[in-house]
Design a protein around this ligand. Structure first.
Ligand SMILES: Cc1cc2nc3c(=O)[nH]c(=O)nc-3n(C[C@H](O)[C@H](O)[C@H](O)COP(=O)(O)O)c2cc1C
Length: 200
């Protein structure tokens, strides 16, 4: 995850410190966080994504705008994210409001990736049913050979791009002896961050 222009106010730099500490301690894929959404019937759904940027007060990942999670975000823009880093035994919970990133940001990320990395994003209709995994592999191979032969451009699909979560709540949790865990929380109230602790 890249950190850019983090606000001085609030717990953003604290998040960065914990993140870097997890990486320094050998945490693999520290950028993987579990994001939960709620669908039109009020049912929750959770899945991991790779958060690529913390830009200003927004946590950002990339995905399909036609996926199940995208449908959830369209009806309810409130989300919760959870990171747990085994290397440091730290859990960080975040909550906020999700929106699509500006298109230029999605373009920069898409076209900044190595050639060939975007084939799956082009070939796969994320979350749509398919008869078999082999059929999905065939779609991938066909797209790959069309791109390699120049018949198809490696172009960002209109329904693929970034999502940014404007974070308004953080909980920093650290495991401690005898299960007396540390829970330091920050909640955005107007323009101010209210800090408090919770019992473990
Ligand atoms: C570690 C990890 C990282 C992932 N990163 C992403 C990601 O950045 N974007 C994405 O769309 N899916 C990612 N996935 C796949 C999602 O978990 C999920 O299967 C997919 O987004 C479809 O979810 P949905 O059907 O709820 O929309 C990742 C899965 C794992 C296990």
């Amino acid at each position: 995850m890249q950190f850019k222009n983090l606000p001085d106010q609030g717990p953003f730099k604290k998040f960065e410190d914990y993140y870097l500490q997890a990486e320094e301690n050998g945490q693999p894929i520290a950028e993987a966080g579990c994001i939960s959404s709620v669908d039109a019937d009020g049912a929750p759904h959770a899945r991991y994504v790779n958060f690529k940027y913390f830009f200003e007060d927004n946590l950002i990942f990339f995905s399909s705008y036609s996926s199940h999670k995208a449908n959830d975000f369209n009806v309810n823009d409130k989300v919760a994210v959870n990171f747990w880093w085994a290397a440091t035994n730290v859990q960080i919970r975040l909550e906020g409001q999700i929106a699509k990133c500006p298109e230029i940001f999605s373009d920069e990320h898409f076209y900044g990736r190595e050639q060939g990395k975007n084939i799956a994003a082009i070939a796969s209709d994320q979350s749509q049913p398919i008869e078999s995994y082999e059929m999905l592999q065939a779609k991938f191979e066909q797209t790959k050979s069309l791109i390699e032969s120049g018949e198809l451009e490696e172009k960002r699909p209109l329904d693929w791009g970034g999502y940014q979560i404007k974070v308004s709540y953080f909980e920093f949790w650290e495991a401690s002896e005898e299960r007396l865990n540390y829970r330091e929380c920050y909640k955005l109230s107007g323009n101010d961050w209210e800090k408090f602790f919770l019992q473990s």
